[in-house]
Design a binder for this molecule. Structure first.
Ligand code: AMP
Ligand code: P6P
Length: 355
C-alpha cells in the first residue's frame, strides 16, 4: 500500500509537492537576521494581488474587461478597463497591508503617502503592455520594493520613492502568458514561480535563473530606426551583419553575427525571453522619445535589479541603471537589458569605441 504524504520524510514529501512561493519567502525570512515578518507579509500581499489580477486577466475576454474606460492616465494613454482594475487591486491590497508608507503606480499622477509610518515603498506598473490586451499578447505586472530610510522618525514623502535602484530590497514581474510566471528577487538571486491555476498557488519552477554570458537574439523596435542616433543605427547594422555606411561589402570579408530578431512590444514578454535565453533588449532614446519611452522607477529599475541578480546587465546604453538618481516619479530612461557581453558590445557603439 502506498505511504500517505504525511508519513513521508519531509524531504520526500517536498519532492512530491514542490516548493511554493510562500515557503520560499518564509525561508528568506528565517535567513534574514532580526526580521520582524513585515517584509514577508508585504510579499504575501503582493502575491495575493497578483493572483487576483491573474484570474481577471484570464477572464478579460469574457468578463467585458477588454476595451477602454474612455479616460486617459498621467501618461496621456487611454486607460484600458483592465488597467484600471489591476491598479485598483494593487493599490487596495498594498494599502490594507499597512506596511507601505509610499505607494506609486504608473496609473496615478501622484504617489500615495500613507498617514502612518509604513516601512516600505512599493512602485509598480500594474499592467505593462496593456495596449496588447485586445490582441491577446503577453502582458505583465512589474514592481519594486524599497525600504524607507527612517520609517519611525519621518512622515512618508515622495523623497522615499526617488531613490536609486541599487537600494531596491525586492523586485519582480509577472508575465501573463501561456502560463503565469512570477520572477522575483529579494537580493539572493532571481527565481521563477509558475502558477497552478487549479489551486491558486505559485510553485518554484526556475530556481536561481542565470542569464547566459552571451545570447543570439536582439530585441528592439526597428520601426524607430530613422529616429535613432547614428551610434545606435551603427549598432543595429552590426547586429544584422550589415557593413557600416561607406564601407563597401566588396572590400570587407562578409561577416555574420549570431543574432536573430524577436520583438513582442510588451516589456515583460521581451525582458523574460531575454532573461531566460540571453541576448539583448533595447529601447533607446530617439528623436521622438528624447529620454526613452520606459519608466525608470517601476519598469527599468525592477528589471535591472532582476537582470543583475541573474548575472546579466542593465544600462541606459552607457551607465548602470541601478546607479541613476531619480528626480521625478514618472521619468523615462533609455533601457538596455541582457547578457553581459551583448550589453557591453552595444555600449561600445554608444561611446564610439565601435562604428
Ligand atoms: P522585516 O523586519 O520583516 O521588515 O525585514 C527586514 C529586512 O530583512 C527586509 O527589508 C529584507 O531585506 C530582509 N528580509 C526580511 N524578510 C525577508 C524575506 N522573507 N526574504 C528575504 N529577505 C527578507
Ligand atoms: P513600442 C508597452 O506599451 C510598452 O510600454 C512596453 O511594454 C514595451 O516594451 C514598449 O511600450 C513598446 O513600445 O514603441 O515598441 O510599441
Amino acid at each position: 500500500m502506498s505511504e500517505s504524504l504525511s508519513s513521508l520524510r519531509p524531504s520526500a514529501a517536498a519532492g512530491v509537492v514542490g516548493t511554493t512561493l510562500r515557503e520560499h519567502v518564509l525561508n528568506g525570512m528565517h535567513a534574514a537576521k532580526g526580521a520582524t515578518g513585515e517584509f514577508t507579509s508585504l510579499l504575501n500581499h503582493i502575491s495575493l494581488a497578483i493572483r487576483i489580477i491573474n484570474s481577471r486577466v484570464r477572464a478579460a475576454g469574457l468578463a467585458d474587461l477588454l476595451g477602454y474606460t474612455g479616460e486617459t492616465n498621467v501618461q496621456g494613454e487611454s486607460v484600458q478597463k483592465l488597467d484600471a482594475f489591476t491598479n485598483d487591486v494593487l493599490m487596495n491590497v498594498l494599502e490594507r497591508s499597512g506596511h507601505c508608507g509610499v505607494i506609486a503606480s504608473e496609473e496615478n499622477d501622484e504617489a500615495l503617502l500613507a498617514d502612518h509610518h509604513g516601512k516600505y515603498v512599493v512602485l509598480f506598473d500594474p499592467l505593462d503592455g496593456s495596449s496588447n490586451i485586445d490582441t491577446n499578447v503577453g502582458i505583465g505586472t512589474i514592481f519594486a520594493v524599497l525600504r524607507r530610510q527612517e520609517p519611525k522618525l519621518s512622515r512618508p514623502s515622495l523623497a522615499d520613492a526617488l531613490r536609486p535602484g541599487r537600494e531596491i530590497v525586492a523586485a519582480g514581474y509577472v508575465l501573463y502568458g501561456p502560463s503565469t510566471i512570477f520572477v522575483m528577487s529579494t537580493g539572493q538571486g532571481a527565481h521563477g514561480f509558475t502558477l497552478d491555476p487549479s489551486i491558486g498557488e505559485f510553485f518554484l519552477s526556475n530556481p536561481d535563473i542565470k542569464v547566459p554570458e552571451r545570447g543570439s537574439c536582439y530585441s528592439i523596435n526597428e520601426g524607430n530606426f530613422s529616429r535613432w542616433s547614428p551610434s545606435i543605427q551603427n549598432w543595429a547594422r552590426w547586429v544584422k551583419g550589415i557593413h557600416p555606411v561607406g564601407e563597401s561589402p566588396d572590400d570587407r570579408a562578409p561577416f555574420t553575427t549570431p543574432y536573430g530578431a524577436r520583438y513582442v512590444g510588451s516589456l515583460v514578454a521581451d525582458a523574460h525571453r531575454t532573461l531566460m535565453k540571453g541576448g539583448i533588449f533595447a529601447y533607446p532614446a530617439d528623436s521622438k522619445s528624447k529620454t526613452g519611452k520606459l519608466r525608470l522607477l517601476y519598469e527599468a529599475n525592477p528589471m535591472a535589479f532582476l537582470f543583475e541578480q541573474a548575472g546579466g546587465a542593465a544600462t541606459d546604453g552607457k551607465d548602470r541603471i541601478l546607479d541613476l538618481m531619480p528626480t521625478e516619479l514618472h521619468q523615462r530612461v533609455p533601457l538596455v537589458l541582457g547578457s553581459k557581453d551583448d550589453v557591453a558590445a552595444y555600449r561600445q557603439f554608444v561611446v564610439g569605441e565601435r562604428k
